[in-house]
Design a binder for this molecule. Sequence first.
Ligand SMILES: NC(=O)c1ccc[n+]([C@@H]2O[C@H](COP(=O)([O-])OP(=O)(O)OC[C@H]3O[C@@H](n4cnc5c(N)ncnc54)[C@H](OP(=O)(O)O)[C@@H]3O)[C@@H](O)[C@H]2O)c1
Length: 264
Amino acid sequence: MTKKTAIITGAGTGIGAATAELLAAEGWKVVLAGRTKDSLDSVAGKINAAGGEAIAQVCDVLNEDDVKALIVAAGDRLDALIHSAGQGHCLTIDELSLEEWQQTLDVSVTGAFLTAKYALPLMRATKDGEGHIIQIGSLASGGTWYLEVGYGTAKGAQIKFALHLESQMKVDFEAGGRKINVFSVCPGTTDTPFWDRIPQREAVPELTLAASEIAWMVGEVIKKPDTNAEELKAIKPRAEIVIQRQAPFERWDNVVAIKHESHG
Ligand SMILES: NC(=O)c1ccc[n+]([C@@H]2O[C@H](COP(=O)([O-])OP(=O)(O)OC[C@H]3O[C@@H](n4cnc5c(N)ncnc54)[C@H](OP(=O)(O)O)[C@@H]3O)[C@@H](O)[C@H]2O)c1
């Protein structure tokens, strides 16, 4: 039997790279997607050198042909799709250009749509166990802040996409299809290259989460897809981590926030 296989977008850096490393260490074959070949090759090289199985696939999640090729690169089975590709900014509406607005919205939302749309046929056809689609949202998915009019709108829409998709996956399962779980992990400030393009704020390592801590939550959600904020809080890897239901999506178990205690 071939290894369980996960596609991870945004896997050349940050949360996506940490998630790929964690899943590969747990025995998954991982397919790494992003636009920059060098960073994908570097993460894949590290995983393969450690005895794991990683494939680097250059893919802009906004390019339909790239996304189709990404699914082909996964091979004959697909068990998880983790959409971590994203970009952020801290800008008011007056400062925000149309280009930045569209790019931020597109990578979060259109990227989530395209990757799920083309992953689903292979994920459904894989009959061994359950499938998982996990969105890396943000505290900004639910919060309101004057410098996140673009980013917060994009990350909020990404969670709504996930919730609508989940309702279809339930209908499909009831009709005899593979059980495919949909979950949104919503991090607070995390120390990654995300902040390199945002001069207005910085991630202070002692006051933020590490990418590996977001990856930890993804790993736990895959192991126990019907988990919730309360269960995850009970097993958090260090005291300074706060795990809670993500407002205003509290009524859904499958939308969970994770942040450093210093994050208001
Ligand atoms: N860091 C934080 O504080 C934080 C907090 C909350 C939520 N998040 C979310 O976490 C996710 C991961 O971010 P991160 O912190 O790990 O930052 P990151 O290191 O900048 O990772 C984002 C990745 O997305 C990739 N990407 C961007 N546009 C893409 C596209 N069109 N197609 C394919 N890949 C694309 C980038 O690679 P290429 O440029 O090579 O394509 C990059 O590797 C994002 O969705 C972000 O919104 C981050």
